[in-house]
Structures are given as structure tokens and as C-alpha cells.
Design a protein around this ligand. Structure first.
Ligand SMILES: Cc1cc2nc3c(=O)[nH]c(=O)nc-3n(C[C@H](O)[C@H](O)[C@H](O)COP(=O)(O)OP(=O)(O)OC[C@H]3O[C@@H](n4cnc5c(N)ncnc54)[C@H](O)[C@@H]3O)c2cc1C
Ligand SMILES: Cc1cc2nc3c(=O)[nH]c(=O)nc-3n(C[C@H](O)[C@H](O)[C@H](O)COP(=O)(O)O)c2cc1C
Length: 597
């Protein structure tokens, strides 16, 4: 709905500005209006954060909240924390760590850090500078700083909550005083984050209360564009297309998914991800309940809500991913020797959990358990993220994804990933899927459209580059575009082949280099193609190219980075260490960006 004269009367605009604004937005569609509101919010964010950084010095009694977040969770917790603290009369300065000058930490007296961990125990992109600074010799003594850390992570990773732990350790070493001990949260972090937030606000009030007043509010920028739908309040969208895009004889089943955002007003940018909520497969739920010898209709409680066991296992609880803690729980229940031995060794337990879904753990070692105890031992379902494979400039109210189905056999039984099989197999076209946008400012096309880009995206890692190309075409970007794509075979696995060929023909795609690992006796991967084109890649980097990697984190991204270091070292005539610094500089300058999982 357009704002009318009446409700614009109390604005800060004069009559001419008001009339000009109304004239401008009068012809906008709902989607254009939503986009424009996000644009203006982002503009105002820059303006207000500039104000708070340069003009307003931080009042002494300010509670500073800094977040380091890769996929939005820590940002969401920090924003809620800031709102809660402000509502209770505290003066709050909320910032992404990337908008915070590390050296200015010495001016702060009360600091709350909410930080996730990314990669393999690495800091999220926006936290890298502060994380490095605090651990370096340049960091100042911080004896007058009071702080607390909320760490988000996932127990299935070896370096659980490492970034939060690092911040805690660095601050403590620098002499800062803990307001309360760090809390480490697993993927279902809501309850722990809420408990920490409630308690830390009370502590902050006790420390700051006398100096702080509700009217004394430092501008609190809202990070990211404004959309009504969030992880907690997703949009119920319609699945409009689910199409297999790998060949009949492919070892993989990859789906091109189209979702209709209709009149939601949701906007996104190339580089963003879509969060997808899903329901578990009812056949898997039935199998699990049968193995447990429990009744589907038994009433249990999950987070204060009364549900039948079947409902809880279908819609609320995670049963396709196994948390490490569940291995210990089930070892206790079953007293199974193997599981008991596993639960003694965190690394082995983590590996076992990563290869066995809940139902297979339960099948391996029978035990009697109540429905409530079993439910209490499971984590809550968390939505999965998918890199968006479309640009709204091209597809308007749609969002496209490239989803690889997780499928494998366990004792001759097909096991599937929760979200990928929901999207690719169980949800009929026309069915409903709850989604939200996860903005990712750490994976963006260069603002200058003349800048060349090198995109390395094998397998489903190609998804955001399809979005990038649609965007570059829509904006008539003149910068060169180079894609490195790879998979198993040319005939079965060349995702979006005809689109790349059309882009090559039109000239939008300057180069494409392909690595199909199984099309010849020796395996060839994208990193091998990079090495073959080493001098040209270095020349592109030297003329300002932005570099992107998307896809598999555990092997591909590492091998590609090793290849890049070698390329830079050889053609830049640098030592390995200098070449690593060169790549680091690119990363700091946002010219090297990764979206790996
Ligand atoms: C920022 C980001 C972007 C992403 N973009 C994409 C994208 O564009 N496309 C895409 O396809 N994915 C993408 N992903 C990955 C995606 O989010 C999901 O992790 C993926 O689809 C698997 O989720 P799932 O629910 O299907 O499987 P889950 O239910 O999470 O996992 C299934 C479980 O099965 C078990 N398992 C799996 N394989 C085996 C095996 N071979 N043997 C034994 N056990 C096994 C494991 O226990 C595993 O935890 C992205 C992730 C992130 C973080
Ligand atoms: C690619 C990837 C790597 C991750 N690596 C780790 C890790 O090494 N240690 C850990 O505890 N959690 C790890 N996590 C889990 C995240 O920290 C966790 O999901 C967190 O809630 C994300 O918060 P954010 O959205 O603010 O980044 C990883 C998650 C992803 C997607």
C-alpha cells in the first residue's frame, strides 16, 4: 500500500521533498517499492553508521554489541539482544565487526560479542580483521573493558565455537574483565542465546544502569536490507518447478528448483542465499517410531508445545543429521559396547555421527526409551541454506536454486538428506515451502561493472554464478567474466550447459574452463585447469579481477586456494608466504570472496 498524504504529514521532509517522493514512488509496483525501501534502508544505514562512527563519540555508559556472522545467525541474535537492551533503557551501539575499527576497541568500556565460527574453526569474513587484531602484538591493553562472548557453532565440527573461544581468550589476555562466562551454542541456539541475553542484560544494567538513560540512544543501524520475512517468520512460498538437471546415467541427482515469491515483496541480490525450512519424510518417521517400539500418537512436549511423537519427528526435530551428543545419549541408553567406546572419543563420535542418521544409530543398538526422553535428546530442525541461482533483474518474483540431493545406502536402505529430498522429491510442484532470504554481503559482484570476475564453482557451487551472469547481463556490465566449472562427466553433469553456451556465444562469458574428472584416465579438477591457465589468471588479478569460489569446503576450496597461491607465487615472483599475503590482501579488499559449505 502506498503511503498517503495524511500519514506522510509528520515526516521530516518539506512539502517539495514530499511531493517529489510521492511522484517518484507513485508508479512503482509492490516489488519495486519493496526493493526501494531496502535500498533506502541500506543508504540510511551507511549514513547513520557514518554518523555514529565519525560525529557521535561513544558515550561512556554505552553497551557495545559487535557481531561476527557468516550466514546471519549471530547477526540475528545480536539484533534481538540490542533491541532487548534498548527496551530496558540501555544505551546500545550495535555493529557488524566489519563496520568497527579494531583500534577503537580501546575506547569501549562494555562489550558484548556474538560470533559464529566458519570454515574449519575460522572466523566469519566480517570478523577476520578484529579477530586477527586482538590476537596480534598491536592489540592494546584492555583493563577497563568489561565483556562477555556468545559463541555460535556446531558440535559436528572439530573446532566447536572456535572463534568465540578465540575472542574470549584474546580479550582476557589483554586484561579485559568477563561480565559473565562465555556461552557456546550448538546449531539450535535459540534457548541458550535467550538465557545468555536475559542474564547479560541484567548484568549490564547493574554495571551501566546508573549512567545510562533510555533517551541516550546511539544510532543503531539495521544491518542488511529490510524484508518482512525472517528465519523465525518465513514466507510460505510455492514450489513452481523441480527439474532434474543431471543426466539419467549420472551418479548425482541435481535439481533446478524454482520458487514463486509472488506478492511477498521479498527482494534479494545475487550472492544471497535462501533459507529453506522442511519436514522430514513421514516414511522415515514411521520407520524410526517402529524401531523404537513407541506409539506415533503419544503426546510429548517440545519447547513448551504439546505434540504427538509423529508430529514432533516430522516437523520439529532433526532426524537426518545426528548430533555428537546423541551418540553419548544412545550409548547410555543401550549400554552398547561400540557406542560406549565411541562416546569416549570425540573425534570418532563426530565421524560416526556424520555417517549415520538417527534411525541407523538406533537400529545398531536397541534400547528402551520413553518418547519424551528420546525427543529431549534430539536437536530442533534448523533450516538449510542454498545459494540463490537467479537474479531478480531476470526472474523478478521468483527465486531459483541448484540443489544436489543427498542420497546414500545404509544396509541396502536408501537414506536421504532432510531438506534436499524435501525440495527435490517429496514436495510436489504447487506445494508450499517456508523460505527466507539470508543476505550475504560477503559474496557480491564488484560495484564497478567494468571489473573482471573469475568464478570458480564446480558442482552445485555454480549456483551463485548463474545469478551473477544474469545480473551482469541485466546491468549490461562490460567487465570480463571467466567461469571454471567441473563435475564428473561432460554428458551427464554439465549443469546449465546450454545457458553457458549461450553466454559464450553472446560474448557475456569471456572464458569457460571445464574439468570433468571422470572423462579420462587421470582425474582432472578445476584446480588443475587453474594451474593450466596460471599466467592468464595472474594477469586478470593484476588488472583488478575479483575472485570467487563456491561449493565444497572440505576439499575443493582448499585445493583451489593452494593452486591460487602457487599461481601467484610463480607469476608474481613471490615466496609462498608473500603469495599467501597477496591472497589475504585480496580477501581484505573484498576482491576474493568465498561461499563454501
Ligand atoms: C551458505 C550455504 C550455501 C549452500 N548452497 C547450496 C547449494 O547451492 N546447493 C546445494 O545442493 N547445497 C547447498 N548448501 C548445502 C545445503 O545447505 C545442505 O547442507 C545440503 O543440501 C544437505 O542438506 P540435507 O538437509 O539434504 O541433508 P542433511 O539432512 O543435512 O544431511 C544428511 C545426513 O546424512 C548423512 N550422510 C550424508 N551423506 C552420507 C553418506 N554418503 N554416508 C553416510 N551418511 C551420509 C550425514 O549424517 C548427513 O548429516 C549450502 C550450504 C550453505 C551453508
Ligand atoms: C561452511 C560452514 C563451516 C562451519 N564451521 C564451523 C566450525 O568450524 N566450528 C563450529 O563450531 N561451527 C561451524 N559452523 C557452524 C556455524 O558456526 C553455525 O551454523 C552458526 O550458527 C552460524 O552462524 P552465522 O550464521 O552467524 O554465521 C560452520 C557452518 C558452515 C555453514
Amino acid at each position: 500500500m502506498l503511503p498517503n498524504q495524511q500519514n506522510l504529514q509528520n515526516t521530516m521532509l518539506d512539502a517539495n521533498q514530499l511531493s517529489s517522493l510521492q511522484h517518484t514512488i507513485g508508479s512503482y509496483s509492490p516489488l519495486q517499492l519493496a526493493w526501494a525501501s531496502g535500498y533506502l534502508a541500506a543508504k540510511s544505514e551507511v549514513a547513520t553508521s557514518n554518523v555514529s562512527a565519525s560525529v557521535v563519540s561513544i558515550p561512556a555508559a554505552t553497551l557495545t554489541i559487535l557481531f561476527g556472522s557468516q550466514t546471519g545467525n549471530a547477526k540475528g541474535v545480536a539484533k534481538a539482544l540490542a533491541a532487548q537492551a534498548q527496551a530496558q533503557g540501555l544505551t546500545v551501539d550495535l555493529k557488524s565487526m566489519s563496520d568497527f575499527k579494531p583500534k577503537s576497541i580501546k575506547n569501549i568500556t562494555h562489550l558484548l560479542i556474538v560470533a559464529s565460527t566458519n570454515g574449519e574453526g575460522e572466523a566469519p569474513d566480517d570478523a577476520i580483521a578484529l579477530h586477527e587484531f586482538l590476537a596480534s602484538k598491536k592489540a592494546p591493553k584492555l583493563e577497563s573493558l568489561h565483556y562477555s562472548v556468545l559463541a555460535l557453532g556446531d558440535t559436528s565440527y572439530e573446532f566447536f565455537c572456535q572463534t568465540g573461544k578465540d575472542f574470549d581468550e584474546s580479550l582476557s589476555k589483554l586484561g579485559a574483565k568477563q561480565m559473565s562466562p562465555r556461552v557456546d551454542c550448538d546449531v539450535d541456539y535459540d534457548a541458550d542465546a535467550k538465557t545468555w541475553s536475559d542474564s547479560i542484560i541484567n548484568k549490564a544494567k547493574a554495571l551501566l544502569g546508573s549512567e545510562s538513560t533510555a533517551s541516550n540512544v546511539v544510532a543503531m543501524p539495521t544491518a542488511g536490507a529490510v524484508t518482512e520475512y525472517t528465519k523465525q517468520a518465513p514466507y510460505a512460498a510455492e514450489l513452481s518447478l523441480s527439474q532434474k538437471i543431471t543426466g539419467r546415467d549420472s551418479a548425482k541427482d541435481v535439481r533446478h528448483i524454482e520458487i514463486d515469491l509472488a506478492e511477498s515483496g521479498i527482494t534479494y541480490q545475487a550472492g544471497d542465499a535462501l533459507g529453506v525450512w522442511f519436514e522430514n519424510d513421514t516414511r522415515l518417521v514411521t520407520e524410526l517410531i517402529t524401531v523404537l517400539n513407541l506409539s506415533a500418537d503419544e503426546q510429548i512436549e517440545v519447547a513448551g508445545e504439546s505434540l504427538t511423537l509423529a508430529q514432533a519427528l516430522t516437523s520439529t526435530l532433526e532426524i537426518t543429521q545426528t548430533a555428537v551428543n546423541f551418540i553419548s545419549f544412545w550409548a547410555e541408553q543401550s549400554q552398547d559396547k561400540n557406542l560406549l567406546a565411541l562416546s569416549e572419543d570425540k573425534n570418532l563420535a563426530r565421524e560416526y555421527a556424520g555417517n549415520h542418521q538417527i534411525v541407523d544409530v538406533v537400529k545398531s543398538a536397541p534400547a528402551n526409551v520413553t518418547a519424551q526422553d528420546f525427543a529431549d535428546a534430539l536437536r530442533k530442525i534448523t533450516p538449510r541454506l542454498y545459494s540463490i541461482a537467479s537474479s531478480q533483474a531476470e526472474v523478478e518474483e521468483e527465486v531459483h536454486l541448484t540443489v544436489g540431493l543427498v542420497e546414500y545406502n545404509e544396509n541396502d536402505q536408501l537414506r536421504s538428506g532432510g531438506a534436499s529430498s524435501f525440495l527435490g522429491k517429496r514436495l510436489e510442484e504447487g506445494g508450499t515451502v517456508k523460505v527466507f532470504i539470508e543476505h550475504n554481503d560477503n559474496f557480491r559482484l564488484p560495484a564497478n561493472t567494468d571489473t573482471p570476475v573469475i568464478m570458480i564453482g564446480p558442482g552445485t557451487g555454480v549456483a551463485p554464478f548463474r545469478a551473477f551472469m544474469q545480473e551482469r547481463e541485466a546491468t549490461q556490465a562490460s567487465g570480463d567474466n571467466w567461469l571454471f566449472f567441473g563435475d564428473q562427466t561432460f554428458t551427464q553433469d554439465f549443469l546449465y550447459q546450454t545457458e553457458w553456451q549461450a553466454y559464450l556465444k553472446s560474448g557475456l562469458l569471456t572464458n569457460i574452463d571445464l574439468a570433468f574428472s571422470r572423462d579420462q584416465a587421470t582425474k582432472i579438477y578445476v584446480q588443475d585447469r587453474l594451474r593450466e591457465k596460471a599466467s592468464e589468471i595472474f594477469a586478470w588479478l593484476e588488472r583488478g579481477a575479483h575472485l570467487y569460489i563456491c561449493g565444497d569446503m572440505s576439499r575443493m576450496a582448499k585445493d583451489v586456494e593452494l593452486a591460487l597461491v602457487d599461481i601467484i607465487s610463480e607469476h608474481g615472483k613471490l615466496s609462498t608466504e608473500q603469495a599467501q599475503d597477496y591472497l589475504k590482501e585480496l580477501r581484505n579488499a573484498k576482491r576474493f570472496q568465498k561461499d563454501v559449505y
